[in-house]
Design a protein around this ligand. Structure first.
Ligand code: AMP
Length: 361
């Protein structure tokens, strides 16, 4: 049995956004310290952590110093550059591992990995150069979505393609980058499963949840999902299969499409806490952030059952200006991320409304 890091040890987190902030708060509850590495001096996670490095992710000297000063390194976003991870991995344990991160950094690698496990995705084909466009379209049909293989999030780096004549314009609009062309699927609903996996290879997953996106950004999550028990079980098994195949220690979020015939397709995976798991902070004895920290430091995982059903709604841009009204609602749990500028599309906070229920799992 691997010994867990003792309280007082320092967890290094690459990335300083709200996911890092909420992870650092959970780490603090368990007696751990956090050191945040981010190029942004005002990063939300830095406000709640004892140590900070402000440097570009490409600064290998800063990454080396950071790795030497912590006991384990994790990350709160996927796009950590390869050479930085390599440098850090030589000096400190990294959980999840660089290998697990690699798979989810690139949509081509990710979809190929998922398909190799016998798990379905929307039909897709790689587009490395312009000449691949028409072969790819022959595989996916129309409508389709062209997505950059790397660095896309919240709908950035994606464009819908309705006909062959739109392919060139779509390719130009995403900057002629290596991409995947994906068939547009007419799903019945979007769900996700968040699964934690410990150093001891034990997995615990939260109940599947329903997600609603607006303008490609998550708008709300309802727990539990209203899918049948059978589909819910299928979704949990898919998440379990992927996290085990990745040999991932940490947290994995798996976003899925439920089709009208009850089949389940994986859309994408994220090897970190996820927006669709924020409801667990208020509706479960152990939040996704606590499970994440436990996995990273080598502690056993907790029971992921919920004591309440919940609806989480993001506060995007100026929606957070309603903080006073929201703070006055007795049954609403308000979380704000400490961000100064409410830019359109920026996640400023979230609220969770609880519906205590009997027999929750
Ligand atoms: P993604 O960045 O891949 O998670 O896509 C963001 C959102 O776009 C998803 O949550 C869906 O609502 C929508 N979307 C992405 N891919 C597809 C697809 N192949 N078919 C239909 N809708 C999609």
């Amino acid at each position: 049995m691997t010994s867990p890091l003792p309280p007082g040890a320092t967890i290094g987190i690459l990335g300083g956004g709200q996911l890092g902030r909420m992870a650092a708060l959970a780490a603090s509850d368990l007696g751990y310290k956090c050191h945040i590495f981010s190029p942004d001096a005002d990063a939300p996670a830095k406000e709640v952590s004892g140590a900070q490095t402000t440097a570009p992710y490409e600064d290998l000297d800063a990454a080396r110093k950071f790795a030497q000063s912590v006991d384990v390194v994790t990350f709160e976003f996927e796009n950590v550059p390869d050479d930085v991870l390599a440098v850090i991995s030589e000096l400190s344990p990294v959980r999840p591992s660089a290998e697990a991160l690699h798979v989810s950094q690139d949509r081509q690698t990710e979809k190929a990995f998922i398909n190799r496990l016998g798990i379905s995705t929307a039909p897709w084909a790689p587009v490395l150069e312009q000449s691949d466009l028409s072969t790819a379209a022959a595989q996916t049909g129309f409508p389709a979505i062209l997505k950059t293989a790397r660095l896309g999030y919240d709908g950035k780096g994606q464009v819908r393609v309705d006909a062959k004549s739109d392919l060139m314009a779509a390719w130009t609009s995403i900057g002629k980058m290596p991409s995947v062309l994906e068939g547009f699927v007419d799903f019945e609903r979007e769900i996700s499963v968040i699964v934690a996996r410990s150093v001891e290879s034990k997995t615990e997953s939260y109940v599947p949840v329903d997600n609603v996106h607006k303008d490609h950004i998550l708008y709300s999550t309802s727990a539990p999902s209203s899918v049948s028990e059978e589909i819910g079980e299928k979704a949990k098994q898919i998440a379990d299969k992927i996290v085990t195949a990745l040999n991932l220690v940490g947290l994995l979020a798996v976003e899925m499409f439920v089709m009208r015939d009850g089949s389940v397709l994986v859309n994408e995976i994220a090897p970190r806490p996820h927006n669709s798991g924020h409801w667990t902070m208020d509706a479960c004895a152990a939040s996704q952030f606590e499970q994440f920290i436990r996995a990273v430091v080598g502690l056993p995982l907790r029971d992921p059952s919920r004591h309440s059903n919940a609806v989480m709604t993001n506060l995007i841009g100026y929606e957070a200006d309603r903080w006073k009204d929201l703070a006055g609602e007795a049954s609403t749990c308000l979380h704000l991320y400490g961000k100064a500028n409410a830019l359109p599309g920026r996640k400023m906070g979230h609220v969770t409304r609880l519906f205590p229920a009997k027999g929750c799992t």
